[in-house]
Structures are given as C-alpha cells and as structure tokens.
Design a protein around this ligand. Structure first.
Ligand code: GLN
Length: 278
C-alpha cells in the first residue's frame, strides 16, 4: 500500500521532470510487465530543486491558527498537515520555519532559506508578479472583529477608529480601502492584533475570517465578529519563479491528495466539518 503510493508518486514526479506528454499521459492503472517494486528501487530520485536535500522547507508566519500555529516549538495546523502530505508525495520530509508574514515573499525570491510559502497566503495579481502560486487549496474571506461590549455593527461604524491589521496582508489592504478615515494599526502577526483588541488598544481587527472565527471561538477572549466580507480569496502555496518543476510537482501532489480523500480528512480535522466547495 505504502510502497505502491510511493511508486506512483515517483512516476508522477519523474514524468513531470522529463516533461514528456507520453509519460504524463500514462494515467491508466499500472499493469506493469516489469514488477513495480524493482522499478521503484532502481528508478532515479526525482530531481526537484530544494534548499536542503530530502526536505521541503516551508516558510510561514506561524501565528495564524488553524492554518499554522506553534505548539511548543512544533508547528501545527491545516497548512502543516497539507504540507506534510504534499512533501510525502514528493518523497521529502516537511519542515516549517517561522518568518514574519511580510518578509515571506522577499525571502523566497532571494532564495536559500525555504522552498515554499505555506502561510494562508492569498493568491493575488500583485504577488503573482513576484512568485508563482500552486493551484488554490482553500477559500477564504475577510472579517471584522470587535470586543463583545462594542456597539459597532459594520465597517461604517468604525470611521475614525483604530483598526488592528497584520502587516502586508489582504486584510490590511481591504481595511485601508473600505473603512474610511480609520487609523490602521499594523501588527507583525494576527495573534498580536487580537491581543491588542482584547486589551482595548485597537477598536477592531480586520483579518481572514477562518482565523478570526477560530480566535473568537475562545470565549475567554470576549470578542465577536460583526461583519463577514466576501472577498472571495483563495490560498495558494508560494513557489519561486526559478523553480517551475517544484510548482508542477506540488500541483500534481495536491490533485492526488484531493482525489484520495486525504485533503477532506485534513480539512475535517481542523475545521470540524467536511469541505463544501474547496
Ligand atoms: N490571507 C491573507 C493574505 O494573504 C493573510 C495571510 C496571513 O496573515 N497569514 O494576505
């Protein structure tokens, strides 16, 4: 079972690396005349360019539950499990490394630190000028959170107020454009923004809905979401434009993980329900 899975992954990656349509088109269930196990032991390792041989290193702002957060010094979350599943398909071991969100793209572009960005990062045109993205792996939206005692009901009630945002995010961009006359207060990460909200240092936090929903669910924080904003965002895995083979291999792995039901299991683990249309 495990061996067969590895064999199929190797063939898929090899096909991509060689880039021949003939091989890639060979999607029929294998009826090999040569025995699969001996082929898999003698096949050359897939030639994927990674920073550290054998490892897929993900750069991530690990303060974004339930996508990524630190439990002691171990990263956990939806992105971490999905990354591990993808790495396995590529014959690599996943490693998560923490970075400030707004340093992720320049660090990936500079090269040498990590292979991919897995950080709940929204695919958008501005970012696509600098890096490539995998196929989308989950949908997301924005949201506005306030203290339970706040009387604000929508963005319109926050004119002239202090809005906590995370530097370099789509939430920051949305707040800047849509909450007129507000004073945006940038934070290094989402958890810091929510701590400031609890402490009354800002009046609201604009942040990705799935993350804000998870944070607000902890009732000891005394926070609520007053508005969900359908921005229609989709997260992708960021890959350097200098590494198109890795991008192709990741997309192939992602498709396989979705088809096998592994994606659904990871989704259920972190969101408690089956995915609707992701
Ligand atoms: N999805 C948002 C963005 O890409 C926020 C990501 C994050 O804070 N990790 O800007």
């Amino acid at each position: 079972m495990v061996k067969y899975g590895k064999y199929v992954a190797l063939v898929a990656v090899a096909a991509l690396a060689v880039g021949t349509l003939t091989l890639a088109g060979c999607s029929q269930p294998a009826t090999p005349s040569t025995p699969a196990p001996s082929t898999s032991t003698t096949a050359p390792a897939p030639v994927l360019k990674v920073v550290t041989p054998g490892t897929l290193i993900a750069g991530s702002d690990t303060s974004f539950p339930p996508f990524e957060s630190m439990k002691g010094n171990v990263a956990e979350g939806f992105d971490v499990d999905l990354g591990a599943a993808i790495a396995k398909e590529l014959g690599l071991t996943l490693e998560f490394k923490s970075y400030k969100f707004d340093t992720l793209i320049p660090t990936l572009v500079a090269g040498g630190k990590f292979d991919v960005i897995m950080s709940g990062m929204t695919i958008n045109d501005a970012r696509k000028l600098e890096i490539d993205f995998s196929d989308p792996y989950i949908n997301s939206n924005q949201s506005i959170a306030v203290q339970n005692s706040s009387t604000a009901k929508t963005a319109a009630d926050l004119t002239g107020k202090k809005i906590g945002v995370q530097s370099g995010t789509t939430g920051q961009a949305w707040a800047k454009e849509h909450i007129k006359g507000a004073q945006l207060v940038p934070f290094d990460d989402a958890l810091a923004a929510f701590s400031a909200l609890q402490a009354g240092k800002v009046d609201a936090v604009v942040n990705d809905l799935p993350v804000s929903a998870a944070i607000v669910k902890d009732t000891t924080r005394g926070l609520k979401i007053i508005q969900e904003v359908a921005t229609g965002e989709q997260y992708g895995i960021g890959v350097s434009k200098a590494n198109p083979d890795l991008l192709k291999a990741i997309d192939a792995a992602l498709a396989k993980i979705k088809a096998s039901g592994e994606y659904d299991a990871i989704y259920k683990k972190w969101f408690g329900v089956a995915p609707s249309s992701n």
